[in-house]
Design a protein. Structure first.
Length: 220
């Protein structure tokens, strides 16, 4: 489609399939005929040269800018989903390091945020976890086997197995009575970063599922 056809159709962008003068094969703006990537690069450089004006403009027009951005994302969901997927694949370690740093600096706030998110999205998170297990059966089995092995290695010969069984039975009873999901958690994790606990009755506690998931493999 050329610019004239796009304008007649009431579109704001068009795509010719041909590269622009800078080699970008991308959509072009009907208003100027400029390649979208060139326009973005020009705007980025302009903001760098005029940071005060750019900041003041954003502050004055924040609501309308955010509304326009939200509308554009809504109209281009497939593009954003593909871009996000590609970015995550190409920047896995960078993303991990970012979240490690944020969690380390705001440990308690991040733990509460995780709990709140899980409570608000309990059903969708359960469904996401179920899909992950089905799509990654090998990884899931390896994780489960590793945890079983850790329990065996951290269970001393003198452990009271009846007492351990009673804790798990109490968790099942709590689920039956309340209708909520409960996990049996190790107070001192079996595979903690700095310390490893034992699989014994006095190192077990019953937690709601979301609390245990947000706690993870931490001493808390």
């Amino acid at each position: 489609m050329n610019r004239k056809q796009a304008s007649a159709a009431g579109l704001t962008r068009y795509f010719t399939g041909k590269p622009c003068k800078h080699g970008h094969v991308a959509e072009r703006l009907v208003s100027t005929g400029t390649c979208v990537k060139c326009s973005l690069e020009y705007n980025r450089k302009w903001r760098q040269r005029n940071p005060d004006y750019a900041r003041d403009h954003y502050i004055r027009n924040r609501d309308s800018i955010l509304k326009a951005q939200a509308a554009y994302r809504e109209q281009n969901q497939e593009y954003y989903a593909e871009y996000a997927s590609h970015y995550r694949k190409e920047n896995k370690e960078k993303i991990r390091e970012k979240y490690r740093k944020r969690y380390a600096e705001n440990r308690e706030a991040e733990r509460r945020r995780g709990q709140d998110y899980y409570k608000r999205n309990k059903d969708s998170e359960k469904e996401r976890n179920r899909r992950w297990r089905n799509n990654n059966r090998g990884k899931y089995n390896a994780i489960a086997a590793n945890r079983r092995s850790a329990k065996l290695q951290r269970t001393p010969a003198w452990a009271d197995h009846d007492a351990i069984a009673r804790v798990y039975a109490q968790a099942k009873l709590a689920e039956a009575v309340t209708g909520l999901s409960y996990h049996v958690d190790h107070i001192v994790p079996l595979q903690g970063e700095n310390v490893s606990g034992l699989h014994v009755s006095w190192n077990l506690q019953i937690l709601e599922a979301e609390d245990n998931i947000s706690k993870g493999n931490k001493l808390k």
